[in-house]
Design a protein. Structure first.
Length: 348
């Protein structure tokens, strides 16, 4: 249970088209992450799936049944919001029980479900507190607990970790992944954070301006981004993307050197991840260092190529470079990504 199929979902608010035809097939038990820049339509799409809002056109199926016109209460899904949306005047226990009491579930069953979820989330000592007496991370656990006790067909989580500090975010995302393994329920997790997407997802849906740019496993998106947007969005820091054209001896980068590599027909942009550049005294790229971000284990080098095009390199350790240094860099041509004039990936 928990397969969710979206068929050509469109949503307009007046003259503004927010979702422009979304097709998706989310498998039973899958953890799918919707990722994309702020305002691209992630929350809108999740609200359509939840039934909190209706699409302008298109259909939503859950386990083969068309639920497009069904109310949120009839869809068997549970949503967790960034804002937690807990009732401040109720205890944690009452917050978790609230949705179940409305279904007239027997008290013993409600108590058993709350006890089980509280144990799973390690919030047993908090059950008699009110939300105001909890930290942000504890509140988020309670919000997730309130979803778990409903035993939904699928969990819909809209940026549930965005209000947490960086350290807590890292541990909560590991907890959510573990919870998914244990519950084996379908989960749709929305985030604008591509690291969160990479670390949690079975499959990532990359959205931009109300359209799906690419759907694939995290590593397939990283290794084979289908277009320039995905190439730039997945991976941190972002991939170097240099416009250019085939030239005698290789590929001529605008504002840079001629790279001695065989460019495929139609190549208009070459991409190279900062981690795939290496210091090489006979490498084809000469760059002047503009800024060094020394992180200890690695160093992020912001530099300019001879013709002025920017270059970003992530070098291991502490290479001892400072602003104004000139470096030569090389790469393994197998790491190059090629895109055509439309921004689409060329080749495998
Ligand atoms: P995301 O969650 O990806 O940041 P949203 O789905 O919240 O983006 O919003 C997508 C776009 O739709 C935004 O440009 C937003 O302003 C617009 N939008 C969302 N809800 C409404 C609404 N009720 N009326 C008008 N525009 C809306
Ligand atoms: Mg949103």
């Amino acid at each position: 249970m928990g397969r969710i199929v979206l068929k050509d979902i469109r949503k307009s608010y007046g003259a503004v088209d927010v979702l422009k035809g979304i097709d998706l097939d989310i498998r039973e038990g899958e953890l799918v992450v919707f990722v994309g820049p702020s305002g691209c339509g992630k929350s809108t799409l999740l609200r359509m799936i939840a039934g909190l809002d209706r699409p302008t056109s298109g259909a939503i199926e859950i386990d083969g049944a068309d639920v497009t016109q069904r109310s949120a209460a009839d869809r068997g899904l549970a949503m967790v919001f960034q804002s937690y949306a807990l009732y401040p005047h109720m205890t944690v226990r009452a917050n978790m029980a609230f949705g179940l009491q409305n279904t007239r579930m027997p008290k013993a069953e409600i108590d058993a479900r709350i006890a089980e979820a509280a144990r799973m989330l390690e919030i047993e000592p908090l059950l008699d507190r009110r939300p105001g007496q909890l930290s942000g991370g504890q509140r988020q656990r309670v919000a997730i607990g309130r979803a778990i006790v409903r035993r939904p067909t699928a969990f819909l989580l809209d940026e549930p970790l965005s209000n947490l500090d960086a350290e807590l975010r890292v541990s909560m995302r590991a907890e959510l992944s573990a919870l998914h393994d244990r519950l084996k329920a379908t989960m749709i997790h929305v985030t604008h954070d591509q690291v969160e997407a990479m670390t949690m997802a079975d499959r990532i849906v990359v959205l931009r301006s109300g359209k799906v740019e690419q759907v694939d496993t995290p590593l397939n998106l990283y290794n084979r981004p289908g277009n320039l947007f995905v190439a730039g969005f997945i991976g941190a820091p972002g991939m170097n993307l240099w416009a250019g054209s085939a030239a005698p001896g290789g590929f001529a980068v605008q504002g840079g050197p001629v790279l001695p590599v065989a460019a495929p027909a139609g190549a208009a942009t070459v991409g190279l991840r900062p981690q795939h550049l290496v210091l090489d005294p006979v490498g084809p790229m000469a760059a002047k260092v503009a800024l060094v971000e020394a992180l200890g284990a690695e160093s992020v080098i912001h530099a300019g190529l001879d013709g002025g095009a920017p270059l970003l390199a992530v070098l291991p350790g502490q290479p001892g470079l400072v602003r104004g240094d000139t470096v030569r860099l090389g790469f393994d041509p197998a790491h190059l990504h090629w895109f055509d004039a439309q921004g689409l990936r060329i080749g495998g």
